[in-house]
Design a protein around this ligand. Structure first.
Ligand code: ADP
Ligand code: MG
Length: 710
């Protein structure tokens, strides 16, 4: 293949033959039933075969569109065929060619025609055998044909053309990747059969069976990886940190508020874990604003007072600083030395100090809690006796960070990860199966409901007026710009099925760099529009991922100090920051976002005493996700709903996980998940090192590499 093709394939995530064979169709068209031309009725999708008797190109007057029109006949009759804007087809077909055609019969203004059908020319040397009743082994018609996730210049037609001969050639050499006993017990098709049937199925049932095998395999591999991590960890020794009840009670009594029941439960679960001889590996999961930091602080306090150090890692400088402030306030009077290490500034005990100094003091054990960004896991930072690692707002794999943090330690420190993305149970089992889970479902008392409204285009002005009024009375506003969708090509093979939903998932290969620049453009445009046309009388600011850290901080500071009224940003602005005076979250093109993300955005307001609002601007006010937003405010409930509505892609960043699209839908299926876990467990129980399963061992190694790259 040439470099151009390679580049295109790369966009689909295809780098080698294996990737190509595992680029599965996301649906099929059933063109297996070839009918006589006379039976082709308008409104139906049909597949016919016949001879081209006429072909010509012309252009329409009004739309200046190219139309290729052909007439095709068989023994039963004649049919008119029309293609739009593919004038080159005139060179593909000649009068007298024999073709398969599959597409929709249309009747317009009394003219009946087959509209833009998928086509396949039958080689002339085959026509005779066709007349003798032999079946031509067609690729694009006359069978159930695969429709693939596509990218610009890489059609299903092309993929079929490449994949079929490849499969034919090597299908007997593809090694089985699931143990035989698993195949048998679960009644799954062997890989050779399945890979053929998933691309070129004999029937839709067989395609389904093939898919079932691959879904099972993906989930099985995932379960295997996760369970073996768990086994590995259980063998490690940890420091026992006894619960200091008097201390904990004193801390809780000192708080300016009462802990919620879920906060208490979670804190207790964590403290109990710290007492064990094996390292804790726990995820604290609770909606934005549910109060995870206090819970983590209890664990940190207990650890510090037991004589061990705590590393508290945040994804950004701004958040790290916020944590420094919060913990310092909460732990006032407990005589805990709290430090901060970031790429720029370093603090200890409320004073700025040099990087070298904080590193030295940490090494000597003169810092009890060291908060920081990635700077924490640098080679130079070394703890005297690290007991607990807390990782905030990161996905699950604190494993690697922990590994780095305790490079020179005898024992593995305990690990507490925190996440504000509510995770439904099935998903938690699948991808967090090796973590213990603490949930904070209940919000602190006294939180006001955020009034959530879908704003149709005709109500836009009204919403703007409302926003201006709020700002005039002192409040502030966030504006999130619409998500940039990669341009997806309309699939030539499926013009008749509205596959908008299907094509949404095809953007995975899109160059991230291009995407983020496109987002910057969107932010700039929205900023221009709001600052010049809509709110010229207000202070509008903007924030996006391409700004330098200092620039970002300046913008955020100006917002914090209320010098900016309205802050326009991309969808990626920091989560977790507290702006109690911001009361309006306005989301443009809200239907473009997943439910989980919308909910995250909404979580940025409603943190103060004032009534807050979330405005979902959309041209599709009936979108079920938007409706769900107006009904519920419970992140866990919405996450379950999102899972039902569109699969979990949005919840966890499936790309990070490398979970293929075709598996995502199955993550709703708790029975299947439990089955795959049981199967993986069974194998690991008999053979924990996978000595007898070299294939599985290889896959496991890849899994570990994948997660350790995070
Ligand atoms: P998150 O879970 O998003 O990290 P935070 O820990 O930042 O949430 O808490 C959000 C806010 O709620 C903080 O200002 C915190 O002081 C406050 N808070 C936490 N717990 C409670 C509670 N039980 N009652 C009242 N306010 C609370
Ligand atoms: Mg937080």
């Amino acid at each position: 293949m040439g470099p151009k093709t390679q580049k295109r394939l790369k966009k689909l995530g295809i780098k080698n033959v294996r990737d190509l064979l595992f680029h599965f169709p996301h649906r099929y068209e059933d063109f297996s039933d070839i009918i006589p031309i006379s039976k082709a009725e308008p409104g139906k999708i049909v597949c016919v075969q016949g001879e081209i008797t006429e072909i010509r190109n012309f252009r329409t007057f009004r739309k200046k569109m190219y139309i290729t029109e052909a007439k095709v006949s068989d023994q039963s009759g004649k049919i008119r065929v029309t293609w739009f804007n593919q004038p080159y087809l005139i060179n593909t077909f000649k009068k007298g060619d024999f073709v398969f055609l599959a597409g929709k019969m249309v009747s317009k203004k009394g003219r009946k025609y087959l509209s833009s059908p998928t086509y396949e020319k039958i080689p002339s040397q085959f026509i005779e055998s066709l007349e003798n009743g032999e079946k031509y082994d067609s690729l694009h018609t006359g069978r159930i044909i695969p429709v693939y996730p596509e990218t610009e210049g890489m059609s299903s037609r092309w993929l079929r053309f490449i994949i079929k001969p490849l499969l034919t050639k090597i299908k007997n050499e593809i090694p089985e990747t699931l143990p035989n006993e698993v195949l048998k017990k679960q009644e799954l098709s062997p890989i050779k059969e399945a890979i053929w049937q998933i691309h070129f199925p004999d029937s839709l049932e067989k395609a389904e069976l093939a898919k079932k095998r691959f879904v099972f395999e993906e989930l099985f591999d995932l379960a295997l990886g996760i369970l073996s991590e768990k086994i590995k960890l259980a063998k490690e020794k940890a420091i026992v940190l006894p619960i200091n009840l008097i201390l904990v009670k004193k801390f809780v009594k000192n708080l300016p508020f009462q802990l919620t029941l879920d906060q208490k439960k979670s804190a207790w679960q964590i403290l109990k874990d710290l007492e064990k001889t094996k390292p804790m590996n726990r995820l604290l999961n609770g909606d934005v604003g549910s109060g995870k930091t206090v819970v983590a602080t209890i664990a940190a306090l207990n650890t510090a007072k037991a004589g061990f150090q705590v590393a508290f890692m945040a994804p950004t400088e701004i958040l790290a600083k916020q944590h420094l402030k919060t913990t310092s306030t909460l732990l006032k009077g407990f005589r805990i030395k709290i430090g901060l290490i970031t790429g720029k500034e370093n603090f200890l005990g409320g004073r700025k100090i040099k990087r070298k100094e904080i590193v030295e003091k940490t090494k000597q054990g003169d810092v009890d809690i060291l908060i920081g960004t990635h700077a924490l896991v640098q080679e130079k930072v070394e703890f005297k006796n690290l007991g607990l690692v807390i990782i905030d707002e990161q996905h699950r794999f604190g494993i690697e960070q922990r590994a780095k943090l305790c490079r020179k330690q005898k024992f593995l420190p305990h690990l507490l990860s925190m996440s504000a993305t509510p995770i439904p149970r099935t998903l938690a089992l699948t991808i967090y199966g090796d973590l213990d889970l603490s949930l904070i479902k209940e919000m602190p008392k006294g939180r006001k409901k955020i009034i959530t409204k879908i704003i149709r285009p005709e109500k836009r002005q009204e919403a703007y007026d409302f926003i201006r009024n709020e700002v005039k009375s002192g409040r502030q506003v966030f504006v999130v710009c619409p998500r940039i969708e990669p341009a997806t090509k309309v699939e030539e093979d499926s013009f008749f099925s509205t596959s908008a939903e299907a094509s949404v998932n095809n953007g995975g290969g899109l160059d991230k760099r291009i995407l983020s620049w496109a987002e910057v453009k969107a932010v700039k445009e929205e900023y221009e529009k709001l600052s010049k046309n809509i709110f010229p009388d207000l202070h509008v600011g903007m924030l996006h991922g391409k700004m330098k850290t200092e620039e970002k901080e300046k913008v955020l500071k100006s917002f914090k100090n209320r010098k900016t009224d309205i802050l326009v940003s991309t969808s990626v602005i920091e989560v977790g920051i507290d702006f109690p005076n911001a009361t309006i979250m306005m989301i443009e093109g809200a239907d473009k976002f997943g439910l989980a993300q919308l909910h995250q955005f909404r979580g940025r307001v409603g943190r103060g005493e004032h009534q807050s609002y979330c405005f979902l601007f959309s041209e599709f006010p009936n979108n079920p996700r938007l409706k769900a937003m107006t009904i519920s405010q419970d992140g866990f409930e919405l996450a379950e709903k999102d899972l039902k509505l569109r699969g979990p892609g949005d919840l966890t960043g499936q790309r990070q996980w490398g979970i293929p699209d075709f598996v995502m839908a199955s993550l709703k299926n708790i029975e299947l998940i439990e089955k795959t876990r049981a199967a993986a467990k069974e194998i690991l129980q008999i053979d924990p090192e996978l000595k007898n399963y070299p294939g599985l061992r290889d896959k496991l190694k890849k899994f570990q590499q994948r997660i350790h790259l995070e």
